[in-house]
Write a protein that binds this ligand. Structure first.
Ligand code: NAD
Length: 453
């Protein structure tokens, strides 16, 4: 069996060695999930709800342990890691409300009764990236399990530890064996098998647009259901009529959270030309003030990047000709550090404006008026999130409707709430996760007509 090392990105120390699952074991796990599904789908809704609630309670009882493990697994700040473990708990408690509320319809027809049912799909394969190992896993598995499916989950190669622990906690909470299995392994082996194995009825993939398009093409061979959550290049639009101090003070948190390794990162700040210089003046102390360093410390706001290779990739976006406005802190010593960096691009084709950096690099550029802001915001193949800063409610609504993105916030950088829908326009994805309809994406709707005459 091949093993992979898990490296703490803040210390560069090996914290664990994990056995990687191969193709034959993946097939065996999928077949076990298929068998487990025969009984899981028949578990009474109230009992399935109780099991999910218990799973949430067990996660809550292990919240600090999971958070500390995530700090070592992925270099997340302890504050973020606690939020992430809490998000898994909350999502499981929310999903516990689903089994008893998965309502069908009775549709008026002549000569009989017509009913719709929402039936589970069967085995669901969930493929997770390294940037938010716990929440992204739970966004898939919680509603999928609630709707009566069984789940095989593949964490990212770099960050498997918290997913493995969640698999153990599911058993501790009393979920039947093989209903929720975690399979650490390579994307090209385990993930690929989720796409090609006919017993896997749906693939939920979160990751790069490049791999996402391959997954979609592979799933098309069997008309397999697929949800894709992919990259982003979101705009933070700051109008002259906004509370400029607040917009500038919060802008770093809109992009440097999780060291910019966030699909929702507002990595382009568009500022109305009349306040451009003033905004940059206000932004500078806010960026220099971001506390970068040891993620185990409560006061730390930004940790390291995930790996040395990823740091090289991020650094590759800064060329000799790139105009750097200013940078923030960069700790010394071991760890894959990269400072918060603000750049002023020269041209709309600059790579920092067109490609997802997935690191703490933000481009600031001016716009003239509302139409110009919308044009620039939409000038990307992505469409995941974004922010609009204005004190004019009409403008806030007009611009929100015109920006092609799935998750927008006005005078805020909030993107994710487990009870509101989340997902991308254009090449940022396909389908929606979270929110009141999340479980429906894990069902087939069946219509039955019963003649009464
Ligand atoms: P990635 O695409 O390299 O990998 C994601 C997952 O896919 C990993 O588990 C990997 O092992 C697996 N994989 C790789 N090749 C595969 C294959 N051929 N078949 C099946 N699975 C395969 O992405 P990453 O570098 O881990 O994550 C970063 C990307 O994820 C960024 O682009 C980011 O924007 C995106 N992301 C999107 C969202 C969202 O909700 N839209 C959320 C988080 C991250």
């Amino acid at each position: 069996m091949t093993t992979a090392q898990v490296v703490n990105p803040a210390t560069e120390e090996v914290v664990a060695r994990v056995d990687l699952v191969g193709e034959a074991e993946t097939d065996a796990a999928i077949e076990r999930a298929q068998w487990a599904g025969v009984t899981w789908r028949e578990v009474a809704p109230g009992e399935r709800a109780r099991m999910l609630r218990r799973f949430g309670d067990v996660v809550d009882a292990h919240l600090e342990e999971l958070a500390q493990l995530e700090v070592a697994n992925s270099g997340h700040t302890i504050g973020n890691a606690r939020w992430e473990a809490g998000n898994v708990r909350d999502l499981l408690h929310y999903a516990a409300g689903i089994p008893e509320r998965l309502l069908g319809n009775q549709i008026p027809v002549a000569g009989g009764v017509d009913i719709t049912f929402h039936e589970p799909l069967g085995v669901v394969g969930i493929i997770v990236p390294w940037n938010f190992p716990m929440p992204i896993a739970a966004w898939g598995f919680a509603p999928a399990l609630a709707a009566g499916n069984t789940v095989v989950l593949k964490p990212a190669e770099l960050t498997p530890l918290t997913a493995i622990r969640l698999g153990e906690l599911a058993l501790e909470a009393g979920l039947p064996e093989h209903v929720f299995q975690v399979l650490p392994g390579k994307g090209s082996v385990v993930g690929h098998r989720f796409v090609t194995h006919p017993a896997v009825r749906k693939v939920v993939f979160t990751g790069s647009t490049e791999i996402g398009t391959q997954i979609m093409a592979g799933c098309a061979q069997q008309v397999k259901r697929v949800t894709l959550e992919l990259g982003g290049k979101s705009a933070n639009i700051v109008f002259a009529d906004s509370d400029l101090e607040r917009a500038a003070a919060t802008a770093p948190y809109g992009v440097f959270d999780n060291a910019g390794q966030d699909c929702c990162a507002r990595s382009r700040i568009l500022v109305q030309r009349s306040v451009f210089d003033k905004f940059l003046e206000l932004l500078e102390p806010a960026v220099r003030g971001v506390k970068v360093g040891d993620p185990t410390q409560e006061s730390t706001e930004m940790g390291p990047l995930i790996s040395g290779a990823h740091r090289e990739r991020v650094a590759g976006f800064i060329e000799a000709s790139t105009k750097i406005a200013f940078t923030g802190e960069q700790p010394n010593g071991p760890g894959f550090w990269y400072p918060p960096t603000v750049v002023l691009p020269d041209s709309p084709t600059d790579r920092v404006l067109t490609e997802e950096v997935f690191g703490p690099v933000v481009a600031v550029l001016p716009f003239e008026d509302e139409a110009d802001a919308i044009r620039i915001a939409n000038d990307t193949e992505y469409g995941l999130s974004g922010s609009i800063w204005t004190n004019d409610v009409g403008r806030a609504l007009r611009v929100s409707r015109a920006v092609e993105a799935g998750n927008l916030s006005v005078n805020s950088h909030s993107s994710v709430r487990y009870w509101t829908p989340f997902g991308g326009f254009k090449q940022s994805g396909l389908g929606r996760e979270l929110g009141p309809d999340a479980a429906l994406a894990f069902t087939e709707t069946k219509n039955v007509f019963i003649a009464t005459q």
